[in-house]
Design a protein around this ligand. Structure first.
Ligand code: UDX
Length: 438
């Protein structure tokens, strides 16, 4: 089986590397020459635990290759995955120009039957547009070559993507022919040896499944953040409430942790895009509009608590920030709450000293040069009036509090992820603020 993956972003690279791991011949394509040259040398554009080893091993075995030449590579291929970016346009809808460009190139160059699979998160109806673009390119060169389109959304979590791909909870595939179905079943059979299902369905349902999954997860988080804010006001403890509701199997224990809002490349973008799809179909997705609104406000919850503590005067104060990535085990800072928090602190005239275990490189180009980037967590606390726990990296769980305290000028901790014990923090002599507990 020969597979081509177009787009070596997060999804494309993980897909290509994991498919090659089970012995499939994979070539990953990108228009970015530098990126491809780096990948050939084993230099990855992203941080994802385990990905470097997978790329190195399979490149050596020559079953994972990298190229910029899509035209040559698709000759003899069985499946082409489209995993290029679908950035949000100004109105929140997904911009499909790169997906359609790839479809056009495939149509211009293909020589034999192919299954062309959309892997990027794309609105319902995209596979149909891909089909039209390929058909138009084939017609323009008077070629009559059979092909199928399919939709195979991914459910990878950053930081756990390799495991998610190799041992998925389920695989969702939208197809419209038996031929495509049997090709994709052959491709994915090695990944469901754990007995988990491959759900074949029609293409629009597969496209919708991806959005519905992310929208449901985002809803759980915003719901819990709303409850946490109310807990703050009425004197309840959201941690107890979370345990109390999570033990009901119908609700479940996962994704009900309150915090400072979800970030990353998926939830914010997908929630907005689905709301947009609703609008385009004259249907208002009221719950999801509220999910987005709650999340935007939630990113400011720590800042509001800070302003209250400092009587709205943070000018000249020093804030230590622990964690910049939108969640642990990734260097990704897209839509990270840290960006909103730091901007608000700087706007208030404060000084910010920040540390993150892996996203310092990202931080250099995503944060204002006014922010002092520190090489280790303790350095950020020197002279600080307050410490903010923004991303719950494991290394922040058990700090030497005596050291932190002696470094700091003021003794107040704002915990955006509820990882510290309130009573212990107070005993240690800190003013301690967290989410949804007094
Ligand atoms: C998500 C989906 O989980 C994945 O299936 C999809 O393919 C892509 O989007 P990812 O963006 O990597 O994956 O992150 P995830 O681990 O799901 O966390 C998303 C955000 O929600 C993070 O900002 C995290 O801090 C936040 N979160 C998560 C909470 O605030 N509370 C929770 O209980 C869980």
């Amino acid at each position: 089986m020969k597979v081509v993956v177009v787009g070596t972003g997060y999804v494309g690279l993980v897909t290509g590397a994991c498919l090659s791991e089970v012995g499939i011949d994979v070539t990953c394509i990108d228009v970015n020459v530098q990126k491809i040259e780096n990948l050939k040398k084993g230099i990855l554009p992203i941080y994802e635990p385990g990905l470097d080893g997978l790329v190195e091993r399979n490149t050596k075995k020559n079953r994972l290759k990298f190229s910029t030449d899509i035209g040559q590579t698709i000759i003899g291929a069985d499946v082409v995955f489209i995993a290029v970016g679908t950035p949000p346009g100004e109105d929140g809808s997904a911009d499909l120009q790169y997906v359609i460009q790839v479809a056009d190139t495939v149509g211009k160059n293909m020589t034999d039957y192919l299954v062309v699979v959309t892997k990027s998160t794309v609105p319902v109806g995209t596979a149909a547009k891909v089909k039209s673009a390929i058909a138009a390119a084939l017609a323009a060169r008077s070629a009559s070559i059979e092909f199928d389109v399919a939709s195979n959304p991914e459910f990878l979590k950053e930081g756990a993507a390799i495991d998610d791909f190799l041992k998925p909870d389920r695989i969702v595939i939208g197809v419209e022919s038996e031929r495509a179905k049997s090709t994709l079943r052959k491709l994915y059979d090695p990944f469901v040896l754990n007995g988990h299902p491959i759900y074949f369905m029609d293409i629009p349902s597969a496209e919708m499944t991806k959005y519905a999954a992310n929208a449901m997860l985002a809803t759980k988080i915003s719901f819990m953040n709303d409850i946490a804010n109310l807990c703050d006001l009425v004197g309840a403890n959201v941690n107890e409430v979370r345990k109390g509701i999570g033990s009901d199997a119908r609700i479940g224990t996962k994704f009900i942790y309150p915090g400072i809002g979800y970030g990353g490349s998926c939830f914010p973008k997908d929630v907005k895009a689905l709301v947009k799809t609703g609008e385009q179909n004259s249907y208002k997705l009221r719950i999801l509009s509220a999910v987005d609104e709650v999340n935007n406000d939630q990113k400011m919850v720590l800042v509001n608590k800070i302003n209250k503590h400092f009587n709205s005067d943070i000018s000249g104060k020093i804030f230590a920030i622990w964690g910049l990535a939108f969640k642990p085990n990734t260097d990704d800072m897209r839509e990270a709450p840290a960006l909103v928090i730091i901007e608000a602190l700087l706007k208030g005239g404060a000084k910010v000293k920040a540390y993150d275990p892996v996203s310092m490189k990202e931080a250099k180009h995503m944060l204002s040069p006014e922010v002092e980037l520190c090489e280790e967590p303790m350095a950020a606390t020197i002279g600080a009036d307050a410490l903010l726990l923004v991303t719950e990296w494991a290394e922040f769980r058990l700090p030497d509090w005596n050291h932190v305290k002696s470094n700091m000028a003021g003794h107040v901790v704002f915990d955006g992820r509820n990882i510290y014990n309130a009573e212990e923090m107070i005993q240690r002599g800190f003013d301690y603020y967290c989410i949804g507990m007094r």
